[in-house]
Design a binder for this molecule. Structure first.
Ligand SMILES: C[S@@+](CC[C@H](N)C(=O)[O-])C[C@H]1O[C@@H](n2cnc3c(N)ncnc32)[C@H](O)[C@@H]1O
Length: 252
């Protein structure tokens, strides 16, 4: 079974983290040359020490250009959206979260520093080590206490059930695909009453008919899958191009 070592040791690993942010690269246990006891490995911001058998995301090799492309091309052209409105909407939604345990799926280069209060316990995750390496630096510079980052896929999370108060997935759900599996995992790792906040392009808001990458689900489909996965679902009011903002709360 994947990640069982880390699942068993997850709490201990959190306690062992020191003053700097850590990037954990995970391997499948049965990978050649990967002892089971090293299924989880902390490399403290250094991605060279190991490799994963996860697919490398298309932006991994262009991590240094990622933020430029997002702000100059993806937001204004593809999504028909305003990046400042995006940050403001999420900042307002998250303004009440302080001292909480927060997991982000598809963290990328760490754009959440723009809208998440820095007094939270942040764990980032993504399949791209190149993007996460930039996120480590950004979260450190933003003053988050002991941020941690894991190179894992959002549909198979190495965290114990009931660990997090809040899960974020911003502009990533369409790339991850497998929405049912992601929501099953989010439901598992959230505490009762925990909240999942997402932002994702939806086809009915894509009025420009842009070629948006990944698998797009309509709001109705997302709402249905969320309810079937044990969440309440609410749209967060915001008109911003092709983007839907939503809040899904885990039922008690
Ligand atoms: C458009 S980027 C969004 C990144 C960031 N949240 C932001 O707002 O800038 C999509 C992200 O999803 C990540 N991703 C793709 N497939 C994934 C998967 N299966 N599990 C976790 N992350 C994934 C990519 O590596 C990339 O960082």
């Amino acid at each position: 079974m994947l990640f069982s070592v880390l699942k068993a040791n997850n709490k201990r690993m959190h306690q062992k983290t020191n003053a700097c942010g850590s990037l954990h690269i995970l391997c499948h246990e049965d990978m050649p040359g990967s002892p089971k006891s090293l299924a989880a490995m902390s490399v403290s911001g250094d991605t060279r020490a190991n490799r994963t058998d996860l697919p490398v995301w298309l932006a991994d090799g262009f991590a240094f250009l990622y933020d430029f492309i997002m702000s100059r091309s993806v937001f204004p052209r593809k999504l028909g959206a305003d990046i400042q409105t995006h940050y403001q909407t999420l900042a307002q939604e998250l303004s009440g979260f302080h001292g909480r345990y927060i997991l982000e799926l598809g963290s990328g280069t760490g754009s959440a520093v723009h809208f998440l209060p820095n007094d939270n316990h942040y764990t980032g995750s993504d399949i791209s080590p190149g993007l996460l390496k930039r996120a480590v630096k950004r979260f450190m510079a933003a003053g988050f206490p002991h941020p941690e980052f894991f190179v894992v896929s959002a549909d198979d999370l190495p965290f114990e059930e009931g660990t997090y108060d809040l899960c974020l997935c911003i502009l990533s759900l369409n790339f991850i695909g497998k929405v049912e599996e992601v929501l099953r995992e989010v439901h598992r790792i959230l505490l009762a009453g925990g909240v999942f906040i997402g932002c994702v392009p939806v086809p009915e808001k894509n009025l420009r008919g842009s070629n948006i990458r990944g698998t797009l689900h309509s709001q109705t489909e997302l709402e249905k899958i969320s309810r079937q996965s044990g969440f309440n679902f609410e749209q967060i009011p915001c008109e911003n191009g092709a983007l839907l903002y939503f809040r899904a709360q885990k039922k008690h």
